[in-house]
Design a protein around this ligand. Sequence first.
Ligand code: FPP
Length: 253
Amino acid sequence: MPTLDAAWMPRHIAIIMDGNGRWAQKRKLQRVRGHEKGAETVRRIVTACRELGVKALSLYAFSEENWSRPRLEVRALMGLLRRFLVGERATLLKNSIRLVVSGRLAKLPDSVREKLLPLIAETANNRGMTLNLCLAYGGKEEIVDACQAIAGKAASGQVAPEAVTPEFFEQHLYVPDLPPIDLMIRTSGEQRISGFLPWQLTYAELYFTPVFWPDFTRADLETAIADYQARERRFGKTSAQTAKLSRPRKDAR
Ligand code: FPP
């Protein structure tokens, strides 16, 4: 396992959990079996992030486009989600994990929402880590939904156009109080963003691994974090400027 620098942990990690279907296909299993294994990986990685001191974890669990998958697969994914919410409740509470959701929640089946909404309320004051499940989520949709909310305020005279700054805009995202994403991981070898949190990913470091999501382990997560920690983040500045600004000195811990 790589040695990680505790002073330089990514505050917010976002993951595109890809490759469940191919994992199953390789084993001549139904795709749903891949999602089931993938849900086990979710449990392990949530715990690992909490233990490592990550403050926010965003998981792309179901995209707007995923509604067009075969009906049985959509139903199986919703069932897994429901089981996850029931099964992980105690762990979220014990580990002080706040659950939030990004996406068009109204589109989710009642069977999921009736587990989701109480758990969001029950964990709202937890401060150990935030778990942001992206469900019925689309990046363009999130930006459009924010624009509609702002346009509504503008139309009723509550906000002047020049008051719309990046900070103001951010307050209208699905979850306004998340830190910016430091590290985005996509499993399964695909190198795309697929509409995932485009606003929040603006300055994220991107990490792609060929490992399929059901096989992704804590060691793989730590390898990704070590890779992130070896990078220089410049945020548009020069190397000389960021050397002074960003990396905490080892003796300053
Ligand atoms: C992408 O793999 C994965 C998904 C569309 C769903 C992700 C869902 C889970 C990991 C399990 C349920 C989630 C929770 C939070 C309990 P794919 O099916 O597109 O894989 P493929 O590209 O190999 O076909």
